[in-house]
Each structure stands twice: as structure tokens, then as C-alpha cells.
Design a protein around this ligand. Structure first.
Ligand code: RP5
Length: 166
């Protein structure tokens, strides 16, 4: 079975400094990724076309990052039954709260799994977890990451205890 790709769509190139963390995480896990700038408002036809064809093009998950009145994730989800993960971007005077609410408050029937404001790494990890359902090798990599994280946190606690008890 061919490896499914992850699409990382951002509303503007100004979102890239956040979005690149998702791309980096996916690459680290050897997940094929394509990153595009497409906007629900500025290029609605291109966004729709992309979503309609995404499954046939070999994508397994779509990540959509947008700020302000962030309709990108919802607009992509409206045109595809692939899982869509929304990243609300902090690019406005409202510190991303506008994007969070615009992304998370989807009507019943059209889900968007929304991560934290600027939560690019978690978006990538959630995409990887979805793909890992049918990919044992990827599941092993995710399990190994968790073990490393646990060990790192325990080491931080030990370092703190050593400092406090010195
Ligand atoms: C949103 O508006 C984009 O996702 C970006 O976060 C924000 C600002 O876009 P630019 O004006 O910087 O292109 O659609």
C-alpha cells in the first residue's frame, strides 16, 4: 500500500513561520508532505478544487492553517471527507482567538479537528496518528517519540530535584 501524503494548506505565506513546524515534524517522521498557499477567501476556487481531488491524489489527511476569520479548514472540510485538522494562526489584533473560534465552531456533519492556536507540531502529530492506524512502522515511530519524551521529562524532574536538594 502506497504511503498516504499529508497536505499542509495555509491561507497566506505569512503563516509559514508557524506552519513550517508541521512540515518539519511530518518530514522527520518520513511522511510525504505537500505544502500549499490557498485561501478560502482569496482563492476559493483553487481551495475547493484541491479538496475535491485530495483523496484521489493520494492524500490521507489535510492540515489547514489560517488566521483572522479563518474559514480555510472548514471550507476544505466542506469539500472532502478526508480528516481535516485546523491550525488557528495568531496573525491578528485578537491574538488568534478569532481564528480559533472560526476554525473550531463547525456545524454538525462537517468536522474539523482543531489544535491549539499556532499548534503546528500537534497538527502534524495528530495527522501522523491518523495515518498510523494502517501503518505499523509509523505507529512504532510515534511510540518511540513518546518514550523519548517521557525520559526527557523525567530527566528534567531529576535535574530540578538535584538543584533543589543541593
Ligand atoms: C489569513 O489572513 C491568513 O491565513 C493569514 O493568517 C492572515 C493574514 O494574511 P496576509 O494578509 O498576511 O496575507 O487569511
Amino acid at each position: 500500500m502506497d504511503k498516504k501524503k499529508v497536505a499542509v494548506i495555509m491561507g497566506s505565506d505569512s503563516d509559514w513561520p508557524v506552519v513550517e513546524k508541521a512540515v518539519a515534524q511530518l518530514r522527520e517522521l518520513d511522511i510525504p508532505v505537500e505544502a500549499r498557499v490557498m485561501s478560502a477567501h482569496r482563492t476559493p476556487e483553487q481551495a475547493r478544487e484541491f479538496a475535491v481531488n485530495a483523496r484521489a491524489e493520494g492524500f490521507g489527511v489535510i492540515i489547514a492553517a489560517a488566521g483572522k476569520a479563518a474559514h480555510l479548514a472548514g471550507a476544505l472540510a466542506a469539500n472532502s471527507t478526508l480528516p481535516v485538522i485546523g491550525i488557528p494562526i495568531k496573525s491578528s489584533t485578537l491574538d488568534g482567538l478569532d481564528a480559533l473560534l472560526s476554525t473550531v465552531q463547525m456545524p454538525s456533519g462537517i468536522p474539523v479537528a482543531t489544535v491549539a492556536i499556532d499548534g503546528a507540531q500537534n497538527a502534524a502529530l495528530l495527522a501522523a496518528e491518523i495515518l498510523s492506524v494502517y501503518d505499523g512502522e509509523l505507529a512504532e515511530k510515534l511510540d518511540a517519540m513518546r518514550v523519548k519524551m517521557t525520559e526527557a521529562t523525567i530527566a528534567k524532574d531529576e535535574a530540578l530535584q538535584a538543584k533543589l536538594n543541593a
